[in-house]
Design a protein around this ligand. Structure first.
Ligand code: SF4
Length: 558
């Protein structure tokens, strides 16, 4: 089975020391990316760890395909204990970082401990250096990139950066790369903030040690280059009106299911503002959306569909330029646009201020700086909803994505059991529903599909392959790329889901944490069937015996 190569580099931020560990056996078993990081995190982060404590560990990892020039592979994985969900969580970002990361020769970089001074950490193929950077205290993400260019002659594609939100431990702070690409969901930027790491740079010329089957990779690349797909023009924004008209676009903090201004903020409107093509590293699909509004001067990348929802319909804002401004603020301050937008929407609901875009942007900055009511909102909807007097529209503490589980029941079930909570990319149930492959209604009949989808996504995140590759890499192509049976690849994904779940179980999560804030038909029977098919216990826990001897525990003095 094709897998990533290179050692695990452990960076102890307290001691400012590093160690390299041979993890070839683990990589051969887990491919790379999310699976390898999840295995290490499960075995090395104490089950009772504080997400903001030095004992939490944060992992950056690539898969084998980052050693290729194939489309859909400009991606990186990040894993840690999440301050938003309080569970183990992996997030995935595009851009150009993955190639610079593989240039350092490592397959996984692990951060442990915490620095007493704000740090930049430089990872190169010939070693690691630490540099105190008090002058970057409170700097916006683009300011950090400018600093990196000026001081180290490195671009934003070499950098992982946090903004003020990460430094201020906003529970949905993102870690940014390439200024506009985010390890968005789950607050992993705040984990770096707690460790006092403002900037990590990756740079080197290590030999690319993985040989990806050239014919299979070329086939995928050709398909990406020649595809006639609206995503290439409009990105995910292109689905806005179709989803609004045929399913649901949650509106005014989930009070309504349809937004009257969907056309004003949807794919055509975004395409009008798009001023050039953009992609992640090596990707011929090029679905990114650099946009500019000449009248106001606002320039950003996006908004993607999720932000059109979170800062648009969810807040009752039907002006695309206002959504672009909010999108740019989130990128600059380093915050997940979904959680930030939905949390602001919850506040607007509590104050009867839907449609007030100026207030929404003011609140966005207040959250990042934890000023005024922003300090409460920085905790996210789950922790703030009582004080705001609104419903808790989250799953495992994570604000729901745009796709509506109340209407797409298969997705609702996905949200319920997902170890990551209310995130749409944990499986692909929404895409199957929009595409007519499965019905919108019903839960029990979708359990088998959901399990296969969860395993597929976890394997795909280990590859590491972009979520938008679905139509262009089929089972045969995966088998050819990874030199393995598809079932073998799905088994890697199954291991990821089970390990995440087991870790969370040991933190106290069980069936009670799989309860949605709304009803779905036969949801209890669906949960029973899901746990049974996964061979978990009826209370939603993974039997301890499966993971009772950690194979990759940290050395005792680590
Ligand atoms: S499909 Fe889009 S998001 Fe995915 S790697 Fe290519 S450019 Fe990046």
């Amino acid at each position: 089975m094709l897998h990533a190569k290179g050692p695990l580099l452990t960076i102890d931020l307290t001691e400012r020391t590093t160690t390299r560990t041979d993890i070839d056996d683990l990589l051969a078993e887990t491919i790379g990316g999310r699976a390898t990081a999840t295995h290490l995190a499960h075995d090395r982060i104490p089950f009772d760890a504080d997400p903001f404590g030095p004992e939490n560990r944060l992992y950056l990892s690539t898969g084998p395909l980052q050693h290729s020039r194939m489309s859909f592979t400009g991606r990186m994985n990040m894993t840690a204990l999440s301050p938003l969900t309080d569970g183990l969580l992996s997030s995935n970002a595009g851009g150009y970082l993955s190639r610079n990361f593989t240039g350092t020769g490592n397959s996984v970089v692990e951060f442990v401990g915490e620095s007493d001074e704000l740090l930049a950490v430089h990872v190169r193929d010939d070693g690691v250096t630490f540099e105190e950077v008090p002058e970057l205290d409170g700097a916006l993400v683009p300011e950090v990139s400018e600093y990196a260019e000026e001081h180290y002659d490195l671009g934003p594609d070499n950098c992982v950066t946090i903004g003020p939100a990460g430094e201020n431990l906003v529970r949905f702070a993102s870690a940014m790369t390439f200024d506009s690409r985010a390890f968005g969901r789950g607050g992993l930027g705040a984990v770096l903030g707690a460790k006092n790491v403002k900037l990590v740079t990756f740079d080197g010329d290590a030999e690319q040690s993985v040989e990806v089957p050239a014919d299979a990779a070329a086939e995928v690349h050709r398909a990406a280059a020649t595809a006639d797909d609206s995503m290439k023009r409009q990105g995910t924004a292109g689905g806005t009106e179709f989803i609004n008209d045929n399913f649901s676009l949650p509106t005014r903090y989930f009070e309504e299911y349809e937004f009257e201004h969907a056309a004003d903020i949807g794919g055509d409107a975004v395409e009008e503002k798009k001023y050039k093509k953009a992609a992640c590293s090596q990707c011929a699909f090029a679905c990114k959306l650099p946009t500019r509004d000449e009248a106001s001067g606002v320039e950003t990348e996006g908004p993607e569909f999720e932000t059109i929802f979170s800062f648009g319909s969810s807040q009752g804002v039907g002006d695309l330029v206002e959504i672009m401004k909010a999108n740019e603020l989130c990128d600059q301050y380093g915050m997940d646009t979904v959680s930030a937008g939905v949390t602001v929407a919850a506040y607007l609901a509590s104050e009867d201020e839907f449609g007030n875009a100026d207030l929404a942007q003011e609140l966005t900055e207040q959250i990042a700086r934890r000023e005024g009511v922003g300090d409460l909102l920085a905790e996210g909807v789950h922790r703030a909803h009582d004080e705001l007097g609104v419903d808790d529209m989250t799953m495992k503490g994570m604000e729901f994505a745009a796709h509506d589980g109340r209407v797409l029941h298969g997705l609702g079930l996905q949200y319920a059991v997902a170890n990551r909570g209310g995130d749409h990319l944990y499986a692909e149930m929404m895409g199957l529903t929009y595409g007519g492959v499965i019905d919108a209604e019903g839960t029990v009949d979708k359990v088998e599909t959901l399990i296969e989808q969860e395993n597929y996504c976890a394997f795909r995140d280990s590859g590491v392959v972009c979520a938008f590759s679905g139509q262009y890499i089929d089972e045969d192509a995966f088998e050819a790329l990874f030199d393995a049976d598809y079932d073998e690849l799905l088994a890697v994904g199954e291991g990821v889901v089970a390990r995440e779940r087991h870790f969370n179980n040991r933190r106290g999560f069980d069936r009670g944490n799989d309860e949605l804030p709304y009803d779905l038909p036969e949801i209890d029977a669906a949960l029973d069937a899901y746990y049974d098919a996964r061979e978990w216990d009826a209370d939603g826990t993974v039997p301890d015996a499966r993971f009772d001897s950690p194979s990759t525990a940290a050395p005792a003095d680590d």
